[in-house]
Ligand binder design. Structure first.
Ligand SMILES: Cc1cc2nc3c(=O)[nH]c(=O)nc-3n(C[C@H](O)[C@H](O)[C@H](O)COP(=O)(O)O)c2cc1C
Length: 207
């Protein structure tokens, strides 16, 4: 390779590396806040990823949003929202392990809990919150008395792994989407307001 094209290739390579570095963490923070917020979610096909981003947007976009598989360090945050999609009446094993491993640090930081579920396409209600927030996430985290809510989710058959695809198809399930962004954003506001009551500066924008 000629010297000039070699330098050119090097520059292009550095540019690609910079983009890769930038896009490594799923951190969305259009606005800064004087308290650090994180939303940590678990998902199979992305419902709870969108839920996490929308909850943060409802809070004015001040939270970093992490897939639990990124293993974020809870000690770096003042306030944390935890939630995930439901299969067989539970959040994923990865989320359960993460909650167990980080229980002490999370316990003093969790400000909200959420679940995204199918509920056989029926609208979710207080009985779902009782089962999956009080009876599941609150138990795993040992956190209660913070806003907690279940939301209807969605199915995208083409995103399912073969076993689940088989199962859902045999049940006659087709694609559906019952997620409403404004519901998640409203929940983000509820969480922020509740945290502000405990710590008035919890959502104060900073320079
Ligand atoms: C294999 C499988 C098992 C599921 N189990 C439940 C369940 O026990 N209760 C429920 O309400 N929804 C259940 N659902 C529906 C999902 O919770 C819902 O579709 C959710 O939005 C999927 O989240 P995801 O995009 O992270 O996969 C199940 C879906 C699949 C594919």
């Amino acid at each position: 390779m000629k010297r000039r094209s070699c330098i050119k290739a090097g520059i292009v390579g550095l540019g690609v590396m910079a983009i890769a570095e930038k896009s490594k963490a799923l951190e969305y923070y259009p606005k800064k806040s004087d308290k650090k917020w994180a939303v940590i979610y678990s998902t199979w096909c992305g419902s709870s990823r969108d839920a996490g981003v929308w909850i943060s947007e409802g809070m004015g976009g001040i939270a970093d949003v992490f897939d639990v598989r990124e293993n974020p360090d809870p000690q770096k945050y003042d306030h944390i929202v935890v939630g995930g999609s439901i299969r067989s009446n539970a959040v994923s094993k990865e989320m359960q392990d993460y909650l167990a491993k980080n229980k002490a640090a999370l316990k003093e930081r969790i400000r909200g809990l959420f679940c995204v579920m199918g509920n056989m396409k029926r609208p979710v209600g207080p009985e779902n919150d009782k089962q999956l927030i009080d009876g599941h996430l609150s138990k795993l985290t040992e956190v209660s008395g913070v806003p907690g809510k279940c939301f209807n989710g969605r199915i995208t058959l083409s995103l399912l792994e073969p076993e689940s695809y088989q199962m859902m198809s045999s049940m006659g399930m087709t694609d559906y989407d019952l997620m409403k962004r404004s519901d998640f954003m409203d929940f983000g506001k509820v969480i922020l307001d509740s945290a502000k009551q405990q710590t008035p500066t919890a959502g104060k924008p900073s320079e």
